[in-house]
Design a protein around this ligand. Sequence first.
Ligand SMILES: [Zn+2]
Length: 431
Amino acid sequence: MIRSLQRIVLFAGLLLATAGLAEAQNPGQGAGLPDKDADLKVGRTKAAAQQAASVDFEQLSSEAAGWLSGLLAINTTNPPGNELAAAKYISAILEKEGIAAEVIESAPGRGIVIARLRAGAVPDPSRALLLLGHTDVVGVDRAKWTVEPFGGAVKDGAIWGRGAIDDKGRLVATLAAFVALKRAGVRLDRDVIFLAEADEEEGGEAGIEFAVRNHWDKIAAGFALNEGGRPFVKDGKVVYVGVQASEKVPINVEVIATGPAGHASIPRTDNAVVHLAVAVAKLGTYDAPVQLNSVTRRYFEQMATLETPETAKWIRALLEQPERLQHAAKKLSEMNPVWNAMLRNTVAPTILRGGVRSNVIPSEARATLNIRLLPGETAPTFLAELRKLVDDPQVRIELATSLRPAAPPSSLDTDFYRVIELSCSDDERWS
Ligand SMILES: [Zn+2]
């Protein structure tokens, strides 16, 4: 459903630039280099890129397109996943390149692939770079598809299939970059690890959790690059590259309304369905307070330089004028629902259940809410806020999923981030 060919090129370029970081930070080669000298870093990055120039990228791009088609044709809908087939497929590609790849079955029919390009005999996990992505996809509603979702067809200059965006396209781009490093014989000064993981769409038990719990020694890394960010293209030109450095925390919540059961011929005001509907309407239209953190602040500061003067005016009000913060946030949220989601905890009602017969008032009705908490927010505090909002003794609000600890934001003050930033700002890369 996307122009995946283009994505492959863009991300492969980005990842190769990251490999340049290994060169840039080599204390042996860079003896005496000021560690944060940006120009030298760009120089080093370009040097690595030149080294990589020996790779036939046109050839690699067309090979990668074939890999993606093949991967899309493997149905890894999760549940049940079936990622072992995808893991074996990827491992065969790596092995053909002379890269040893380990397929590990994490659960029956499910699996991950791990491979490593070594910098030296003794690995240093604190310096290693981990490139990862997931092979599973969410289910499809076939009636809404105009092409076979598990066909990997190439049509109108694009590769089509479930997972082309999330995450097989990006995973194959990562794979292509990894293969390019090997083909170019780039002299690494840190290990680069490739991980195709499973079960990302359903919690990661048979994927990243399995890998962390049982094979930490094989994936431990000082830096990791995963899905999330992407280039934003307008009129065929890359306007900016989004780098995701933080993530909201998803939780599912059940809203349960109860009341006396009865016959529909005698309606009552304590009807559970009515109480649920009122509660869901309040929750679904709730604007939680606006909050900025260091990552979103930096994002909006940079977006202000790219947006139209009118939009930039509202962004500056958001950042600089506390008394206009709420109003500016409202304006910006109306302009772009993504901005709304970046600025606050959000509530999205997704499932409604209640009643079994048209003429019977049920004693219970339920709704599921998918909530996304800003990093640093806690579920009990936010649920207390929602209970206060609903304020109905007939309605309970309960946490339905177990909470995983929120990951702290990635630092924007690392050489890793700076090299990503530099390579993304390199206009030649996008021309
Ligand atoms: Zn994904």
